[in-house]
Design a protein around this ligand. Structure first.
Ligand code: PNW
Length: 481
């Protein structure tokens, strides 16, 4: 038995669930939607488990009302969704607007608000329009202006009702898996090079979008804009690995957080390490880690809150002998899983809820006093479907207990928690083989029926939300199923 201290959560705490367009919408070529890089990647074959695709997924494009019922059933106060860029701008530019796409998101936003649910909208959650990839994608410098125009279009069109915006989701994962390892779309494997260029253009794009909002939309709309950064919690494997652990943090969270929250530039030691290694490896084409131009808006201060996605933790091992030209070589560190942390479903997800509390404290101490939203956190299942998901129940209970402690004991200003994910969905290169949903989706039937998992039915987090919103000072004791 463990307890979640309900009193730790402020009355206006955001209790939400999150999804992303490509992972749930389907309708990939309906009503004028343009293709995205994930359509191309999946349709190529051989890239995704079982050659699954997001062509239909949860069919949220046609079954939105079913999703809304799920949201209502959970009594969520917030719902985080992403806009499919190529559904509203089929070639990625504002030269062509797809009215049916705009209509879809208007319907979603309006019905959320009518149900008393606050929308948080992510503008880009991995699904770049293919037309922009054809011009170089995140490796092309022009993309920052194209993103700014897209973001401004969304602020103008939806910003009268949407007040919480995330520009980009997980630039680290997208740059690493899409441009270094090539296991995510667009499938580019260019170790030690493109990853930094893609990451840099993502930051430039984010900064331009935030400045556009700040100048043109904030005065009349009064919303808030940030970007969602993912991070593992990292601890040294042995005392000898302390410096490697610092490098590991620098090359993951700090890579993006330092320019936005700290200095306007990459961590100093990250830059010097990459430059020294370039010299050692005989790389002569200038710096591999780009510089921010003084002629452009600075990334510094371009976040009105801190949005963090946390899933797992790592013990860090020194790898400074690595002589490859690669991101991991630059980092000189490797993350390994502590055998005492259980793996839940997907192989990389070692469960360590204490890591979230430590990470929240690290963010507060290192970066900022701005409010923090946990924009993703969750637990996956693989193999036979378990509607009686006892382990997941325990996970949410343990995790919310840690978040409560971060608030009440460490003084971290946490404003909200979004479970990943509302629905079982298309889990990128793992296809439908990995299930993160609060609702199970039956992908074998054409109705794509949604069924509440027991973890949510019974306990922690619905109980937590209802109790904190009624304002009662209750110390809920939750028993295992
Ligand atoms: C996040 N990894 O991505 C994304 O924001 C979601 O779209 C995704 O479904 C969710 O986490 C669960 O995976 C990640 O390999 C993808 O470490 C891969 C990793 C981490 C996060």
């Amino acid at each position: 038995m463990s307890a979640v201290d309900i009193t730790a959560f402020p009355k206006d705490f955001a209790w939400g669930a999150a999804t992303a367009a490509y992972q749930i919408e389907g309708g990939w070529n309906m009503d004028g939607r343009g293709p995205s890089i994930w359509d191309t990647f999946c349709h190529e074959g051989g890239r995704v488990f079982g050659d699954h695709t997001g062509d239909v997924a949860c069919n949220s494009y046609q079954l939105w009302e079913e999703d809304l019922k799920c949201i209502q059933q959970l009594d969520l106060s917030h719902y985080r969704l992403s806009v499919s860029w190529s559904r509203i701008l089929p070639d990625g530019t504002t030269n062509h607007i797809n009215p049916k796409g705009v209509e879809y998101y208007n319907k979603v936003i309006d019905s959320l608000i009518a149900s008393g649910v606050t929308p948080m909208i992510t503008l880009w959650h991995m699904d770049l329009p293919q037309a922009l990839q054809d011009c170089g994608g995140w490796c092309s410098a022009e993309i920052a202006d194209t993103f700014e125009s897209y973001a401004s279009f969304c602020f103008k069109t939806f910003g009268d009702r949407v007040k919480l915006w995330i520009t980009l989701n997980e630039p680290y994962v997208c740059a690493m898996l899409g441009y270094e390892d090539g296991i995510f779309a667009p499938g580019i494997k260019d170790p030690g090079l493109s990853v930094y260029v893609a990451g840099h253009n993502m930051l430039r794009a984010h900064a331009k979008a935030w400045h556009a909002y700040n100048t043109h939309f904030r005065p009349s709309q009064g919303g808030q804009v940030s970007l969602a950064l993912n991070s593992d919690w990292a601890e040294p494997l042995t005392a000898k690995d302390a410096a490697a652990t610092e490098r590991y943090k620098e090359f993951t969270l700090d890579w993006f957080a330092c320019p936005v929250f700290c200095t306007g530039d990459y961590p100093e030691s990250m830059r010097s390490r990459i430059e020294n290694r370039s010299l050692e490896l005989g790389y002569k084409q200038g710096s591999r880690l780009p510089h921010f131009s003084k002629d452009e808006p600075s990334p510094l201060g371009t976040a009105d809150f801190f949005a963090v996605n946390y899933y797992t933790s790592r013990k860090v091992k020194d790898l400074s002998e690595n002589t490859e030209l690669s991101f991991v070589g630059d980092q000189g560190a490797e993350g390994v899983i502590d055998p005492s942390w259980p793996i839940c479903g997907v192989h990389w997800l070692a469960v360590y809820p204490e890591g979230l509390r430590k990470l929240l404290k690290y963010i507060k101490d290192t970066y900022t006093s701005v409010p923090i939203y946990i924009t993703e956190n969750g637990f996956s299942q693989m193999g036979p479907v378990q509607i009686e998901d006892v382990d997941r129940s325990q996970f949410y209970e343990d995790t919310l207990q840690q978040v409560g402690k971060a608030i009440s004991q460490d003084g971290v200003n946490v404003k909200g928690y979004f479970a990943w994910s509302l629905l079982d969905n298309f889990e990128w290169n793992d296809g439908f083989n990995v299930r993160f949903g609060l609702f199970h989706v039956d992908f074998s039937s054409s109705e794509l029926k949604r069924t509440l998992y027991r973890s949510v039915h019974q306990r922690t987090w619905r109980a937590t939300w209802q109790t904190s919103h009624t304002g009662k000072a209750v110390h809920l004791k939750l028993c295992s199923l």
